[in-house]
Design a protein around this ligand. Sequence first.
Ligand SMILES: *Cc1c(COP(=O)(O)O)cnc(C)c1O
Length: 491
Amino acid sequence: MKYMSTRDNWQESESREVIRLGMVPEGGLFVPSKFPAISLEELKTGLSYKDCAYKIMNKYLTDYDDYELKDIITRSYGSNFTSPDIAPLYKYDDITGFLELWHGPTAAFKDMALQCMPRLLIHALHPFKESVKVMILVATSGDTGKAALEGFKNMGGTRIITFYPEEGVSIIQKQQMVTTNGMNTRAVGVKGNFDDCQTAVKKSFQDKNLRAKAKQKGYIFSSANSINWGRLVPQIAYYFWAYLQMANSRIIRIGDQVNICVPTGNFGNILASYYAYKMGLPVRRFICASNKNNILTDFINTGDYNVKRTFHTTVSPSMDILISSNLERLIFDLLEQDGKRVCDYYDRLKQEQSFTMDPRPINVMQKLFYGGYAGEEDTFNMIADVFNKKGYMLDTHTAVGFYVLKNYREITKDMTPALLTATANPYKFPAAVYYALTKEKVLDDFKALKLLTQKTGIPVPRSLLDIETRDVTNRDVINIEDIRTYIEQNL
Ligand SMILES: *Cc1c(COP(=O)(O)O)cnc(C)c1O
């Protein structure tokens, strides 16, 4: 399996190299040059999560040895997850399943990929093992940061710095990051929003001078952001897994089409579902759910991608994003792998902060994708509604997804059985969820967490149990302009 750049500016490469590099050094993202097919017969319903993951990932990571990949997967999806199913399906009703992707060590779906990706990366470095260390640079809107810190914690030959918006993450998210107790981990608050962080980190990657300095000290840079192929490939697997679970729960029969609804930020999770579809998963429609930062809703409805808009801080902070990096991969595919055209769009985006896609790919996109968004009140109401009906607690992000799914069904009358990805455990955002259920404002997340447990009786995941009292190991807060210097000083 070969990988190419979305901007036609890099030679075809194997998966190890692609994972090692993170993104194309000249700009652009790595994508598979073609999609391997898998038939549903190859995936029996009795399969374990690990077996399912192996069958999918093996088709992409062809330059990893079989035993090596099996070992990586076994270590990635074990007792570090609190459910033996790794990602269990909750049957909401006869046509709706929620795929709970939050049973990993940080209680958000990023663990699904980030328990695995560091191992893929270490193995990708094998040929260079003696001499090269990796410096992982992460820009995070909250959940990636902690998941990456946990994934790389104390892993030999690596260091990791995560940059998070000081004002843009929840108190629990911040506490999770700053209490990470790894020898090789740093979590740094940045005065700016997520897009500022992401842009600055991307710039550092492309900074030749900085890379030369790193090299002198024996480091190469890599990324744990969802632009890294090593993040995406484990995510494709759980869409097949979910499909099998939907069949087990009798929401569908094998072969039936499903709709897939994903609360979306950087477009990684939903892109993985699209890649599953490209491999043969029977999907009718992808429902892309946004919060008030609804740039993707507008893009899907009009083909205009326009960043000139107000950035909103919402109760679903992991989706507070205007520049959805992985969208570039979808666009590349919609343009039938025309990297030059992708370059045109992204040059325009850089210069004018907007671009408009051509009519033909817009048509293709609109047949497959539906875009919608939920406001803050919609999100709160959805959480309350589901709790009152089923005693099931949604987190703020999943609630955005469910609201948009319900809207989609009302507007289109398309009642195809749907899968909704539940992307975080609600106790990660306790103040917002508690407010949704009681209309009481509790400013202190830790207090809200306790109140929420008392109110619902639903157990707190073990990773959040003693969160308040853990030792803070990182206190750095810096300006956006100082990101480069900070990286340099930490080499
Ligand atoms: C990261 C995240 C999202 C957005 O996922 P993308 O892959 O960036 O689209 C949604 N919900 C939660 C809880 C997240 O942590």
